[in-house]
Design a binder for this molecule. Structure first.
Ligand code: AP5
Length: 190
């Protein structure tokens, strides 16, 4: 089972992807987490990504596409994966389809978590990590920029997935448990 979770910053992609990983035995691939690991390790990609992420801007498509291509080829993704944070641009979406076709893989479900902007801002303002730390890009001015970038670059890819009825929308304003149930319902028929 291969799944794409789409949605604006703070929509609950990571929350739901972690649950799906445990429930379905498929691997969460969070491009945000992968980039934060590169930043922490001060790799060449991390050094390039840090400044962009701190401003709420996207990391260039070729880097992201290569990162995903390498990641889905790893053995722990052989039972399936959940893409959390990828694709985010039309170029990433097109590259993903051609990459999967080449590998003989397919996406079983593309799920969009729909959440009103004021709720996103509130959630990200309140979010703390397991160790009580805050993400630098959850500062209000960076959240504003992330939302603008989402509107300009990611929202326009939704029609790409609406073709052939591929996109399933879920009201992400419900409780975590109710959102999870809606996802399960979609996956039961995927
Ligand atoms: P990334 O880490 O992917 O951030 P994001 O997409 O902005 O999403 P978040 O992780 O902030 O939110 P989420 O939807 O996972 O919500 P969560 O479950 O945490 O990317 C960071 C940066 O990396 C990007 O800005 C970019 O620079 C770069 N990047 C990453 N991928 C890239 C790509 N493909 N191309 C280019 N650049 C890329 O939930 C948020 C909060 O809400 C939590 O506190 C949670 O507990 C709470 N919550 C969750 N669900 C609910 C609910 N139903 N009700 C109430 N509260 C809820």
């Amino acid at each position: 089972m291969n799944i794409i979770l789409l949605g604006p910053p703070g929509a609950g992609k990571g929350t739901q992807a972690k649950r799906l990983e445990a429930a379905y035995g498929v691997k969460q691939i969070s491009t945000g987490d992968m980039l934060r690991a590169e930043v922490a390790a001060e790799t060449p990609i991390g050094l390039q990504a840090r400044e962009l992420m701190e401003k709420g801007q996207f990391v260039p498509d070729p880097i992201m596409v290569q990162m995903i291509e390498n990641r889905i080829a790893e053995p722990d993704c052989s039972q399936g994966f959940i893409l959390d944070g990828f694709p985010r641009t039309e170029s990433q979406a097109v590259a993903l389809d051609s990459m999967l076709e080449h590998k003989g893989l397919k996406i079983n479900a593309v799920i969009l978590l729909d959440v009103a902007e004021e709720a996103l801002v509130r959630r990200l303002a309140e979010r703390v990590g397991e160790d009580g730390s805050r993400r630098p890009d959850d500062r209000p001015e960076v959240v504003r920029s992330r939302l603008e970038v989402y509107r300009a670059q990611t929202a326009p890819i939704l029609p790409y997935y609406e073709q052939n009825g591929r996109l399933k929308r879920i009201d992400g304003m419900q409780t975590v448990e109710n959102v999870a149930k809606k996802i399960d319902d979609i996956l039961a028929t995927a």
